[in-house]
Write a protein that binds this ligand. Structure first.
Ligand SMILES: Cc1ncc(COP(=O)(O)O)c(C=O)c1O
Length: 486
């Protein structure tokens, strides 16, 4: 092929891209517009599920236009449901339109966001600073990075904690691993997200190194915690980490962060706050005071892909001292040394990913499209809706509230009339999937306070009082049906 042929082929390819991408944007916009009038979620038709699972590897190329048709017909309509305003499951918001749009541009640039003088690197530094500013956490360049989510950010932060604690004890964990190291101990509330335990397991501390933080009704029993720390020290272990939640996954509860920070500082522990779901709640003036102490954390995890609605994936690890991460992760072989001398280092020196996607553009777009005030208003609205839902639950004799909501998660149970108390746990366990199958609302379950419980998480900017009423109507109806069966 001559040069002219190559450039004509390139132009043809770009023109096919332009027309197919325009068609895809139209199809995506139609999909988003249709969401509220469709069932929240539906099982895939058997034939389509089989077709997707059995897709043969194509031998020959397909036209981009055909890919758009297939994706629009077979994929887009069969989503998880979190685009719908009556979706209350897990902690999954709809994507912000600005973030969806920016994802296309980020993919078109396709950088590896590590180092160098290109826009993506500088934008990630700015966006990490914005996130820190949004939640009132002090930030110096290098003391944070975007990750794939809260779980990855937790591993990053706790690796920093492990490295610092062992270095202080004279043990170089990067050189020697954990062999010969003192046993590190982590104090973790029972309601902490499982990603904390997973990080401790991965980092070699083992879950047997976890002690439960004595929290009762949101209050810390400081005496019991300090006694537990003293007992560990007396036994030759090295207390290293104290964890608090700025919004628990089960009930959206905010731990007494300031009291936890006091203990961490008195006992020389690394204080880690999991704000993956709840940290942005601090933007709601009605509950901002509950977050006092979050700013004292040694590390803070945020998930822009939760309350902010940045399209998955976008997590964020923030630390007080960037060097804690750099000490834990920096490894710069000659083939990667671009910018290694920069004072803030490279992103790869502060986490475990080398090739890193351009998460900052969709995060930037999502924040910029609403502004701080818009985000704060959305957060406050979600919290107000949660209080409204709790009040509705309390008014409904066949439901009971499991905890007064502090943020935008409401934990509650069904107790349909005629259902014997001994059957209630079994019924509440089956209830979320029974509600989901009806297609009008989507809620998920958990175990809270030792009992099977539903939890409704409100994150969708378009959720209204009407959707709350639908949720409860659906829960009561599904509960009655379950109670009537056998
Ligand atoms: C409180 C809390 N922490 C951590 C996580 C884990 O975050 P990710 O799913 O982004 O890894 C979640 C996820 O729901 C969460 O709710």
């Amino acid at each position: 092929m001559g040069e002219a042929d190559t450039s004509a082929a390139h132009e043809d390819e770009l023109s096919a891209f332009r027309s197919a991408a325009h068609a895809l944007v139209d199809s995506v916009a139609d999909h988003l517009a249709a969401l509220p009038s469709r069932p929240v979620w539906q099982p895939l038709p058997d034939a389509l599920r089989k077709q997707l699972l059995d897709l043969p590897l194509p031998e020959h190329p397909s036209a981009l236009d055909d890919l758009v048709v297939t994706a629009s017909r077979d994929v887009l309509p069969h989503a998880m449901g979190n685009g719908h305003p009556a979706f209350f499951g897990w902690v999954n918001p709809p994507p912000s339109p600005a973030g969806v749009m920016a994802s296309l541009a980020a993919a078109a640039m396709n950088p590896s966001v590590v180092s160098g003088d290109h826009a993506d690197v500088h934008l990630e530094r700015a966006v990490v600073r914005w996130l820190a500013e949004l939640v009132g956490f002090a930030h110096a360049p290098g003391a944070g990075l975007l990750t794939s989510g809260g779980s990855a950010a937790t591993i990053v932060c706790l690796a920093g904690a492990r490295s610092r604690a062992l270095a202080a004890a004279g043990h170089d964990v990067r050189r020697h691993g954990l062999a010969g190291a003192p046993q590190l101990i982590a104090y973790v509330p029972a309601e902490a997200h499982s990603c904390v335990r997973r990080a401790l397991e991965l980092l070699g501390l083992g879950s047997s190194a976890m002690r439960e933080v004595p929290l009762e009704g949101g209050r810390l029993n400081g005496t019991a915690l300090r006694a537990s720390i003293a007992a560990d020290r007396a036994g030759g272990a090295l207390p290293a980490l104290l964890v608090g939640s700025a919004g628990t996954v089960n009930a959206g509860a905010i731990d007494p962060l300031n009291t936890l920070a006091d203990v961490a500082s008195a006992e020389d522990l690394w204080f880690h706050v999991d704000g993956a779901y709840g940290a942005f709640g601090v933007l709601d003036p009605a509950i901002a005071a509950r977050y006092r102490g979050m700013e004292r954390a040694d590390s803070l995890v945020l998930d822009p892909h939760k309350w902010l609605g940045v399209p998955v994936d976008a997590g964020c690890a923030l630390v007080q001292r960037g060097d804690d991460l750099r000490d834990a992760f920096s490894l710069t072989p000659p083939y990667l040394r671009q910018d290694a001398d920069a004072p803030a280092g490279t992103f790869a020196e502060h986490g475990f990913e080398q090739t890193r996607p351009f998460r900052a553009l969709k995060t930037w777009a999502t924040i910029a499209a609403r502004g701080r005030a818009g985000i704060a208003a959305q957060v406050a609205r979600a919290n107000a809706l949660a209080r409204e839902l709790a009040a509705l639950v309390e008014r409904e004799p066949e439901l009971e509230l499991a905890a007064a909501p502090e943020t935008s998660i409401v934990a509650f149970r069904a107790r349909p009339s005629g259902c014997p108390p001994a059957r209630l746990d079994e019924l509440n366990r089956a209830l979320p999937e029974a509600v989901q199958a009806r297609g009008r609302a989507f809620v998920t379950g958990t175990v809270f306070g030792g009992r099977e419980t539903l939890r409704a998480c409100i994150l969708h900017p378009d959720t209204s009082s009407e959707h709350l009423a639908t949720l409860l109507t659906e829960v009561v109806a599904a509960a009655r049906t379950l109670a009537a069966a056998d």
